[in-house]
Design a binder for this molecule. Structure first.
Ligand code: ITT
Length: 192
């Protein structure tokens, strides 16, 4: 079975492909020939995830799902939040990481969480699934796997960052995996 995943982010695609391997073939925006950058003008993860999935339904007539996600840092009033991809004004992960670390200098409260909202558009109906993982922002960068803020995010109960985990290990606990597992359960329940 095929599922369209409305993303341009190759790291998200890789994580979702691994998590769904053997169950679904995942096609991303590049695979369906969508070259536009879908505007993300909403003010919530739910809103932006829905904008992406609805764009594909309207323009390509395909059922699909989309992921909007980001990092929420407690001491920064939950920034960068929906602005995670371009917090520093650039999509460069290192620059975004440096900005978070700089804003947290001298701050004892390093609590943070990653959040994903998946919007699944099926037969014209929008179904939302959320995943959250709590953790903290480390003092410096560790690890070279993953993407985005992974080198500075240490999930609760672990002494390594997401960037020090293999994709399969991150996929057991991540915000994206939690949201995705809710979607899989929903899809499984439809099939009888
Ligand atoms: P699409 O909209 O095309 O899916 P995007 O990268 O623009 O790709 P978002 O708008 O959802 O996606 O922004 C999410 C940003 O949040 C992402 O670029 C990272 O900086 C950060 N992020 C989300 N999930 C993450 C994860 O698992 N690990 C590290 N950073 C993550």
């Amino acid at each position: 079975k095929k599922l369209v995943f409305a993303t341009n982010n190759e790291h998200k695609t890789a994580e979702i492909r691994l998590a769904l391997s053997g169950k679904y073939e995942v096609l991303n925006l590049q695979d369906i020939g969508c070259e536009e950058d879908i505007p993300e003008t909403a003010e919530t993860f739910e809103g932006n995830a829905s904008l992406k999935s609805k764009y594909v339904v309207e323009n390509f007539k395909l059922d699909c799902f989309a992921d909007d996600s980001g990092l929420e840092v407690a001491a920064l009033n939950n920034e960068p939040g929906i602005y995670s991809a371009r917090y520093s004004g650039s999509r460069d992960s290192l620059e975004n990481i440096q900005l978070v670390l700089q804003k947290l200098e001298g701050q004892n409260n390093r609590k943070a969480r990653f959040k994903t909202v998946i919007s699944l558009m099926l037969d014209g109906e929008n179904h939302l699934f959320e995943g959250v993982i709590n953790g903290k922002i480390t003092e410096g960068l560790s690890g070279s796997k993953g993407f985005g803020y992974d080198p500075i995010f240490q999930p609760d109960g672990y002494d390594i960052t997401f960037a020090e985990m293999d994709m399969s290990e991150k996929n057991k606990i991540s915000h994206r995996a939690i949201a995705l597992n809710k979607m899989i359960e929903f899809l499984n329940n439809l099939q009888f």
